[in-house]
Design a protein around this ligand. Structure first.
Ligand code: PEP
Ligand code: MN
Length: 339
């Protein structure tokens, strides 16, 4: 922590602050300038009592307090300088291969899911997505087929060899969903539901943590810290757009998160262009941008008949458009040094 004192502070007032700093377990390093004094408090802010309240204790003396240490630990690049990879079946997400997770927003029927699964597999996807428990804004909208959808996802995995990702909506379903899924998705609306994050972590399954609708990157990293600090290192971040003033798109896809997450943490970053803009016509362009910027994987909504989808119809691409997209991405993936 850097503590800046107000101008014209007496030695006695300064001593009162430094002795409080010592009392809280830190070593004060005093730098006396011409106008004011700056104190560097040396110690581990994560294990000691915070110094943030010093300004409340000494309102006449302390001008400002600035932390120098990050609030996240296990997730940070400092803790783990190498990129970490997440093992999903035989795949490693975050490695050389850029993975594509694709499938419908919601599992609607056996026919819809299997048709989509075979098509996305043929086009080169390695993971099948499909919502079983859906976090819908209105309680009157389709809520998902629940366990029936999980069973269909398992059937699709058996037929195609694709790994399965599906959303975990409630702590009560942690064991059930973990029984069927290869990756647990924590949705945007639940990204700071810490008890859910802990329950998901404890299943030991890989976790894909979406960014919340209005979530700062630091909050997102700290939410990820809940997973790692509960003995689960298989975490991926997923940017899916944030809420802004813009109305041309459903959300504003923040591609700056790719280099930022890579700089701050060692975990893979996945881009979801489907929730990202809410528009099927923008999916291809946003995938190109994500690949060029170094995303480790894409999460794309694909439906055999988007116009008839039970959820998120406007943003799902058809099987044909998905196959085209995969063909078009190929040279870009290779050019960006991935497979
Ligand atoms: C989804 O993937 O269908 C979904 C609901 O995602 P998000 O949590 O990002 O809105
Ligand atoms: Mn969706």
């Amino acid at each position: 922590m850097i503590i800046i004192l107000k101008p014209g502070i007496s030695r006695k007032q300064e001593n009162a602050v430094t002795s409080e700093i010592r009392k809280r377990g830190y070593r004060p390093h005093i730098m006396r300038g011409v106008a004011r004094t700056v104190i560097g408090a040396i110690g581990d802010e994560l294990t000691h009592q915070s110094l943030e309240t010093l300004a409340m204790l000494f309102p006449q003396v302390v001008e400002s307090i600035t932390p120098v240490q990050k609030r996240y630990k296990l997730i940070s690049r400092e803790a783990h300088p190498e990129n970490s990879t997440v093992k999903v079946g035989a795949h490693f997400i975050g490695g050389k291969k850029l993975h594509v997770m694709a499938g419908p927003c919601s599992v609607e029927s056996e026919k819809q899911l299997l048709k989509t699964a075979h098509a996305v597999k043929a086009a080169g996807a390695t993971v099948l997505r499909g919502g079983a428990f859906k976090p819908r804004t209105s309680p009157y909208e389709f809520q998902g087929l629940g366990e029936r959808a999980l069973k269909l996802l398992a059937k699709a995995r058996k037929e195609t060899g694709l790994a399965v990702i599906t959303e975990l909506l409630s702590e009560n379903h942690a064991e059930l969903v973990a029984e069927y899924a290869d990756i647990l998705q924590i949705g945007a609306r639940n990204s700071q539901n810490f008890q859910l994050l802990i329950a998901a972590a404890k299943t030991g399954k890989p976790i894909l943590l979406k960014r919340g609708l209005s979530m700062k990157i630091e909050e997102w990293l700290l939410a990820g810290e809940y997973v790692l600090s509960n003995e689960n290192c298989s975490l991926m971040f997923c940017e899916r757009g944030i809420r802004t003033f813009e109305t041309y798109t459903r959300n504003t896809l923040d591609l700056s998160t790719i280099p930022i997450i890579k700089k701050e943490s060692h975990c893979p970053i996945v881009i979801d262009p489907s929730q990202g803009a809410g528009r099927a016509d923008l999916v291809k362009a946003m995938c190109r941008g994500a690949v060029a910027m170094g995303a480790d994987a894409l999460l794309i909504e694909v439906h055999p008949e988007p116009a008839k989808a039970w959820s998120d119809g406007t943003q799902q691409v058809s099987l044909e458009v998905f196959a085209e997209l995969m063909r078009e991405l190929r040279p870009l993936i290779l050019a960006s040094g991935r497979e």
